[in-house]
Design a protein around this ligand. Structure first.
Ligand SMILES: Cc1ncc(COP(=O)(O)O)c(C=O)c1O
Length: 440
């Protein structure tokens, strides 16, 4: 370990096997473009573009410049009862990129905060319209909506909920997840089977009466549970059922927005417009923490009643619309436009799909899934040691192949740069193949 990491023990790492990590740390101290640099100067290729965050590469000069300029101009400004020019400009910019009718933006600092904000807005909206009975929230098994109480409760990843089960918010139901390896293994793009799973929502409407349900939240493509694209027609069907019952549809696009699915929003890619969109990550290319909740005009307007001097929504964060984050966001949107990032991402999809599916017949692999620039290779679990193969892939890639990859249990997930270079992509998959070949 280098001298720079002497106090490693003080740091309680998130979503990390701390003891295992600290026994042989993997510390990054620099980044540029598509590579990280470790403390000893080793260059590593980043196969995950940050944590789904940094689609246009690390330390993009335009964003660096905008942040440096902003921090020396307006470092912070009170976010309640006053605001800053950059937050206003960014709200205007991203609502202009959103599907038609989604015209208002509330800023947060993360995906988790965006989700909890969206759930609160949904409840407040119905109450403002005199339908305060609509309190139930519907999520989905295997959904990931961050780690705050609301997002954890509508989420469906078991270890994230298990320890906190007594504290999950009440009035939440889950639809079944759509992962069906039996019928859909090795599908390219959207799987053919499973549209009928959307009828779970009808069943919950029948059980509770749809008039008691406030909102349904789904990731258009489930990410953290191992990249699970929706069955063809599934999101369209959810939209129909929501419309029939007056339920708000929330797309959690913390991953899907800003190019990951080749468009500004996943909603555009699917041609399905939700009522609320939650975002974060690619909003600033991961440079400064920031999230946003985008809502339909009618939702915003429902709150705009009562005495005009009164606060309409008792919710917000000290750092909502932080000027430095907003400056990073504006520069990010500029780059997306100037460099044609979303088109670039679409242009890479076929190559990415082919590289991923070259693992279809690998001896350890039981499924390969992809949509847009999201993908995963699911390995069979080693007998008696679920997750061991995935952890080994992560470490061997880091130490032997100079690759940073993400493994969730035995699924290796991929989030290539939106402006990836095809050669680098090929080389990284060649390294991953060597590692998979070497596994027991
Ligand atoms: C779909 C989705 N929602 C919410 C979150 C939580 O975001 P954060 O970690 O910024 O709180 C994530 C993070 O990966 C996510 O993928």
């Amino acid at each position: 370990m280098s001298s720079a990491t002497t106090n490693l023990d003080a740091y309680w790492m998130p979503f990390t096997a701390n003891r295992d990590f600290k026994a042989k740390p993997r510390v990054i101290s620099g980044a540029s473009g598509h590579h990280y640099t470790t403390e000893d100067g080793t260059k590593l290729y980043d196969t995950f573009s940050g944590l789904w965050t940094s689609g246009i590469g690390h330390c993009h000069p335009k964003i660096v410049e905008a942040v440096q300029k902003q921090v020396a101009t307006l470092d912070y400004c009170m976010s309640f009862q006053t605001t800053n020019d950059k937050a206003i400009a960014l709200a205007e910019r991203i609502t202009a990129m959103a599907p038609k009718g989604i015209d208002h933006c509330f800023f947060t600092n993360s995906g988790s905060e965006s989700v909890d904000t969206a759930l609160k807005i949904a409840l407040g909206y119905h109450r403002a319209r005199g339908e305060g009975n609509r309190t139930r929230l519907i999520g989905r098994e295997k959904g990931y909506h961050g780690v705050n109480f609301g997002g954890m409760s509508v989420g469906g990843i078991v270890p994230n909920r298990k320890v906190f089960s007594a504290a999950l918010i009440p009035g939440v139901d889950h639809m079944r997840h759509t992962l069906d390896i039996g019928r859909n293994a090795f599908s390219r793009g959207l799987p053919a089977h499973g549209i009928e799973l959307a009828e779970d929502l009808e069943r919950l409407c029948a059980l509770h009466d749809g008039s008691n349900i406030a909102a349904v939240i789904v990731e258009p493509v489930a990410g953290s549970a191992g990249v699970i694209p929706p069955p063809a027609g599934y999101l369209e069907r959810l939209r129909e059922i929501c419309d029939q019952h007056g339920i708000l549809l929330i797309f959690d696009e913390v991953i899907a927005a800003f190019g990951r699915l080749g468009h500004a929003f996943g909603a555009e890619r699917f041609g399905v417009t939700p009522d609320i969109i939650t975002t974060a990550k690619g909003l600033t290319n991961g440079v400064i923490p920031m999230g946003a909740v985008l809502v339909r005009d009618s939702i915003y307007e429902a709150f705009m009643q009562g005495p005009e001097h009164m606060i309409e929504l008792f919710h917000g964060y000290t750092y909502s619309g932080h000027p430095v984050a907003a400056a990073a966001g504006l520069a990010t949107m500029d780059v997306y436009k100037e460099e044609g990032t979303f088109e670039q991402a679409r242009g890479l999809e076929q190559h990415f799909e082919d590289l991923l599916h070259s693992f279809d017949d690998h001896k350890h692999v039981i499924d390969v899934r992809n949509f847009g620039l999201m993908g995963s290779i699911e390995m069979a679990a080693r007998e008696g040691a679920p997750g061991a193969r995935g952890a080994e892939v992560h470490k061997k890639c880091f130490w032997d192949e100079n690759l940073v990859v993400r493994a969730g249990m035995d699924t290796v997930q991929f989030s290539p740069f939106l402006n990836s270079n095809p050669d680098e992509m090929e080389q990284s998959f060649a390294g991953i193949r060597r590692v998979l070949d070497s596994l027991e």
